[in-house]
Design a protein around this ligand. Structure first.
Ligand code: NAD
Length: 482
């Protein structure tokens, strides 16, 4: 087992500090054993972090920089991460359970946010508005000030990088709360900030319990903008707290996203997408392909091929999976694993068929078998509720309208997809799907450059792409009488 530091601190105002709350034992989900201790922030620590960010913002140091200089600092942070990708990926793999190759990809993606938003920092322009010869009118994009960012455990490094890079690119000072279940690897982001000499207070990174540190952040009066990624329940609480202080928030919440598989789909291509769509990160992906709605003529073949795929996936400790392939790691902990297993059991009682999987592995670690469920009633619990595990529900359709109605028939609307060779059908369906992002013939198509976010209970506001920057700035109009 690789050695990692035994005790991880919080980073406030450019200093590594202990937490006011009890330190927390971080577990390795592949073994269930203690991995390291994490300092946990209490409300006083959050106050210190917000004060440091506020002081940094009010000093004007970030806003005074020419955007290209801020952008260079961000790009250097990304390069710093890439230079240490092996070390960071090992930490991420140990604390979160994902395969090592997926952890390395997460570091690459995190670095990409610093590269992308580093470049865009100098491209966010205001406009001039014609008011006739007696006036000169133009707009400025100004930062909110203190941006509070609350991060979930499924992609702790990548999701933190996403909001930190956009926040700093627009000259906001950031206070970031890492998830208590996987708090370690995101600390490399603070190390990167130190390495490039980011001004003190520009990035503060703390861990802590949601109900303690998270709640203190979302209710703090000096926080001027909130970015939250996580569950619908918590998102709703954070939106209420933001409303109390009249601050905007971006909510990236859950999903129950569906792929529509048409009769003419390239099935080998679809099965490849299914593998990535539901077995990446053991299915703990907000935009997972957790439902497949399959044309009746190809239904049996799709179910058979999906089951063969699931049976061919090796499940075990993330460190064993160095190369991309048919492998899957642990879920984040036993609680999440048992929750997913209970969903499968109840689905069986509700009349669905567990084609393969549905059970935990008989070994230490939080492992669940790759699971295919068919004959799913779209209105049933398994057809409606986010499992957040390696479990896909397959349903049958016989006309396009039915498929679209099933796809749109949940409270969520994060992503959707269609697999067909018919471009006309693909376009009509893409328009009809109520989701923030639609994939045609490849699940997860897109990248850092493409806007991402939800319809319905999947949230509001957009991360990724240039659109995201608009969440981090407020427009000031200046009208000059000449
Ligand atoms: P969660 O809502 O329990 O926790 C997310 C974060 O919020 C954690 O840092 C947690 O400490 C904090 N938190 C918890 N209670 C809080 C409170 N009362 N006030 C402030 N902060 C609080 O979610 P989770 O279990 O960590 O993540 C899984 C969920 O997140 C799933 O539903 C998944 O779909 C969703 N998710 C969405 C996206 C996306 O981009 N849309 C990405 C990842 C995860």
């Amino acid at each position: 087992m690789p050695e990692i530091s035994d005790y991880w601190k919080n980073f406030i105002n450019n200093k590594w500090v202990d937490g006011g709350s009890d330190r927390l034992s971080v577990q390795n989900p592949s073994t269930g054993e203690h991995l390291a201790w994490q300092a946990m922030a209490d409300a006083n620590d959050i106050n210190d972090a917000v004060s440091a960010a506020k002081t940094c913002h009010e000093s004007g140091v970030l806003g005074a920089m020419r955007p290209v200089e801020r952008g260079r600092l961000l790009r250097h942070m990304g390069e710093w991460l890439l230079e240490r990708a092996d070390e960071i990926a090992t930490t991420l793999c140990l604390e979160q359970g994902k395969p090592l190759w997926e952890a390395k990809r997460e570091i690459t993606n995190a670095a990409r946010y610093f590269e992308y938003y580093g470049s865009l920092s100098e491209a966010l322009e205001g406009k001039s508005i014609p008011l006739g010869e007696n006036y000169l009118d133009f707009t400025l994009n100004e930062p909110y000030g203190v941006s509070a960012q609350i991060i979930p455990w499924n992609f702790p490094l990548e999701i933190a990088a996403r909001s930190i890079a956009a926040g700093l690119a627009t000259a906001n000072a950031c206070v970031v709360k890492s998830p208590e279940l996987a708090p370690l690897s995101s600390q490399y982001l603070a190390q990167a900030a130190q390495a490039v000499d980011l001004p003190a207070g520009a990035l503060n990174l703390v861990s802590g319990l949601g109900t303690e540190a998270g709640a203190a952040m979302s209710t703090h009066r000096d926080v001027r903008q909130i970015v939250f990624t996580g569950s619908v329940e918590t998102g709703s609480r954070i939106a209420a707290a933001a409303a109390q202080n009249i601050v905007p928030c971006v909510l990236e919440l859950g999903g129950k996203s569906a792929a529509i598989v048409c009769r003419d789909a390239d099935l080998e291509n679809f099965i490849n997408s299914l593998r990535a769509g539901i077995f990446t990160n053991a299915g703990q992906v907000c935009s997972a392909m957790s439902r497949a709605i399959v044309h009746e003529d190809i239904y049996d073949e799709v179910v058979e091929r999906a089951a063969a795929l699931a049976d061919s996936i090796s499940v075990g400790p993330g460190l064993d999976w160095v190369e991309p392939g048919l492998n899957m790691g642990a879920m984040i902990n036993d609680t999440q694993r048992d929750r997913a297993e209970a969903f499968c059991e109840r689905a069986g009682k509700d009349g669905a068929r567990i084609v393969t999987g549905g059970h935990k592995l008989n070994s230490p670690g939080s492992f669940l078998q790759p699971t295919i469920i068919d004959n799913v009633d779209p209105a049933s619990e398994i057809g409606q509720t986010e499992v957040f595990g390696p479990v896909i529900s397959i349903m049958k359709y016989n006309n396009d309208d039915d498929a679209i109605n099933i796809a749109n028939g949940t409270q969520y609307g994060l992503v959707g997809g269609i697999f067909t060779k018919d471009l006309d059908r693909a376009m009509k369906t893409a328009r009809a799907i109520r989701a923030g992002q639609v994939f045609v013939n490849e699940w997860f198509a897109g990248g850092v450059e493409t806007p991402f976010g939800g319809y319905g209970k999947s949230g509001y506001g957009r991360e990724k792409g240039s659109e995201a920057l608009l969440n981090y700035v407020q427009t000031k109009n200046i009208a000059i009488r000449l």
